[in-house]
Design a protein around this ligand. Structure first.
Ligand SMILES: [Zn+2]
Ligand SMILES: [Zn+2]
Length: 344
């Protein structure tokens, strides 16, 4: 079968792989959609590319969705033909974080990501552990499912941790696919959602995803004043940073109201210098970090998009066949706007 590999120095190639046979607890999935994600560049851009533990190239892609082709002898709950998405991380299943449902924080050396440590979704088939799979209802598209495998669930978990409530003012910093997912979820909860992004075109587009006001000021003091003005002097009950930049993180802390909640989900940045007394203590602020999501949250995210017909697949601006995957990554690297996905 074909699989897309990252061979290093921002280059990808199609390589031939054996179609794997499922072990007792595994499921073979015919891939229908596989999302491209900003975190792919962590390996795409390196000299060595993306390799498994044995040093061989592995198929990339950690946002897979498709149809069950074959199941192992001990698998229950999944049958050939089922539509599924695979949460992109596999934990040991036994450590504290795994027991809490968070394979991303698994402390075992057995922790593995599809398209990170073992073959991923940029291939014709994916061999997945059945415990990482989530059923997709018929009205959830394969691209919706691919987005739940990573970014949408990350946004969902952050919204849960921020305890967003109807009527809350929410500020989303960074309006890429994760930020837009936060906006979709927060607005579906009845929040009044504002967004900020240095890319004006991206900010304008975000209105289609539930954002009612985009902050146009770039200097922090002006942006805070704009938030202050829009919220009638209240500032925001919740601020969620999806950028990972120190400036946006600081803006979230400044823009938060007294008793506000701030959640950081964007990777990057450095050591942030803040006035703890003024920004944390005197504001009675709750600040949380949130990394990916629990397995339960991923399936609840599917429930939400199915029952409310949210369709994060609307963020996808271009789709590519697997054999066009090399071109897809070139376009992604050049900064193609929106979300890109490989489909078949
Ligand atoms: Zn991702
Ligand atoms: Zn574990």
């Amino acid at each position: 079968m074909d699989g897309l590999v990252f061979i290093g120095n921002s280059k990808a190639e199609i390589r031939d792989f054996e179609v794997p046979a499922p072990g007792p607890t595994e499921v073979l999935i015919r891939i229908r959609a596989s999302g491209l994600c900003g975190s792919d560049f962590h390996t795409y851009d390196t000299e060595e590319g993306l390799r498994g533990p044995d040093g061989a190239f592995i198929a990339a892609g950690h946002e897979p969705a498709g149809e069950v082709e074959e199941v192992g002898e001990l698998v229950t709950g999944f049958s050939p033909g089922d539509r599924v998405s695979a949460h992109h991380l596999l934990g040991c299943g036994y450590c504290r974080s795994c027991l809490m449902g968070y394979p991303v924080s698994c402390s075992s050396s057995a922790r593995a990501a599809y398209g990170g440590h073992r073959n991923g979704g940029h291939a014709e088939y994916l061999l997945a552990e059945s415990r990482s799979l989530i059923h997709l209802p018929d009205n959830v598209s394969f691209i919706d499912g691919a987005m739940v495998a990573c970014g949408f669930s990350t946004a969902f978990s952050a919204c849960r941790k921020a305890t967003i409530t109807a009527g809350d003012f929410v500020l989303v910093a960074g309006l890429g696919p994760v930020g837009l997912s936060v906006a979709m979820i927060a607005s579906s909860l009845g929040a009044i959602v504002m967004g900020v992004d240095i890319d004006r075109a991206r900010a304008e587009k975000s209105r289609e995803f539930g954002i009612v006001h985009t902050v146009s000021s770039s200097a922090e003091a002006d942006a805070v004043e704009e938030v202050n003005h829009f919220t009638g002097g209240h500032r925001v009950d919740v601020a969620i940073d999806c950028t990972g930049s120190d400036a946006a993180r600081h803006l979230c802390l400044e823009a938060a109201a007294v008793w506000g909640r701030v959640v950081f989900i964007g990777f990057g940045g450095g050591d942030l210098s803040v006035n703890v007394a003024e920004l944390f203590i005197m504001k009675q602020l709750t600040v949380k970090g949130s990394w990916v999501s629990s397995m339960a949250e991923s399936s609840e995210a599917v429930r939400l998009i199915s029952r409310l017909n949210l369709h994060p697949d609307r963020m996808v601006t271009a789709t590519y066949g697997l054999r066009e995957g090399v071109a897809a990554y070139k376009a992604f690297k050049k900064g193609a706007p929106g979300k890109l996905a490989i489909v078949s």
